[in-house]
Design a protein around this ligand. Structure first.
Ligand code: SF4
Length: 330
């Protein structure tokens, strides 16, 4: 493991059983949903990676694997040099403190019967953190204020239904922050919020990576929302990362036709910078029946016959394939 990469994912796979009578006589491969299908990814301290792709591409399953909420089928996950792929529940407890998740729906994530103080205090009690009540109270207030709910005293006795959507998502972030994590897995954290609030939450996450030195994996289907925020962007399609690069590389010089298509539909205010829209044909293929060769070939506007047969990693594609992929890149 590189000393700069404190999280390393290698060849990670998660296949779910596809329990359908029609697949009873299908090959072993075809009796599984290939949710995550060979992902390599590394994360550095305080780095922000945006994991982008259509719904169903496997990005949320990848987050659940990192949290240990799903067991992987193959591959490895290392954190700070330690293999954490198959930990037992009691071994995972300390790790959960370091890797925290912010879910998409703040309405579902918060217990409506607890007030904000109880919600933020609970993770401290579960992990046995804090010398005494006074120490825990201070941690709760700091987490709330670092999440933008200031002064904390105003919010402590309120219940989730008394807060706006943006405030609820800040409470969810505070409940993660109170454990002082090193990595935040933010799974579509702004998609349920009003457009006006989204920028505030993204700004908050951008601030936290600086003030608290937290690395963030920001999962989103909206490539347009990661613009100024991410260091690197990883584009996922049907269980695989098909392109990864710095934010500028991917946004300004996308290499893969799928990335190019995602970028082409982002609204751009300046008409002179507007790109030609690329509308992909058809739906994302069924992850039970993954296409042969390059898995993007049924929808790729520049696919060639060889794309049906071979599936080399994008970085080692033959020159002809690269030329084809780049045809869409202007
Ligand atoms: Fe895949 Fe071929 Fe399209 Fe490249 S040109 S993305 S290899 S289908």
């Amino acid at each position: 493991m590189s000393k700069d990469h404190f999280l390393e994912i290698r060849g990670l796979k998660k296949y779910f059983d596809a329990d359908r009578p029609s697949l009873r006589f299908a090959s072993r491969e075809m009796r599984h949903v290939h949710a995550v299908d060979g992902v390599d990814l590394s994360l550095q301290h305080s780095e922000v990676i945006a994991l982008v792709g259509e719904s169903g591409c496997g990005k949320s399953t990848l987050a659940l694997l990192l949290m240990g909420l799903e067991e992987s089928t193959a591959g490895t996950i290392s954190f700070e040099g330690r293999d954490i792929t198959h930990l037992k529940e009691h071994e995972r407890k300390g790790l959960r403190r370091k890797i925290q998740m912010v879910f998409q729906d703040p309405y579902e994530s918060l217990n409506p019967t607890q007030n904000i103080e109880e919600i933020i205090n609970e993770p401290l009690l579960v992990h046995g953190i804090g010398k005494n009540k006074q120490d825990r109270d201070q941690r709760v207030k700091k987490a709330l204020e670092d999440s933008g709910l200031k002064p904390a005293d105003v919010y402590l006795q309120r219940f989730p239904h008394e807060l706006s959507g943006g405030q609820r998502q800040r409470v969810v972030i505070a409940a993660a922050l109170v454990l002082e994590p090193e990595i935040l897995l933010a799974d579509e954290p702004v998609s349920m919020l009003d457009v006006s609030i989204r920028a505030e939450i993204i700004n908050l996450l951008a601030e936290l990576r600086i003030t608290r030195k937290i690395a963030v994996i920001f999962i989103t289907h909206d490539l347009g929302s990661v613009g100024f925020f991410a260091d690197r962007v990883a584009v996922m399609y049907l269980g695989r990362i098909v392109e990864i690069g710095t934010m500028l590389e991917v946004l300004e010089k996308p290499q893969h036709p799928y990335t190019k298509a995602l970028l082409s539909v982002i609204p751009v205010p300046n008409p002179r910078l507007r790109r030609e829209r690329i509308i992909l044909q058809g739906e994302t293929p069924n992850p039970i029946d993954v296409p042969t060769g390059c898995r993007f070939h049924p929808r790729c506007p520049v696919a060639m016959w060889t794309c049906k047969a071979s599936d080399p990693p994008f970085t080692t594609l033959s020159k002809t394939h690269q030329a084809a992929c780049l045809l869409l890149v202007k």
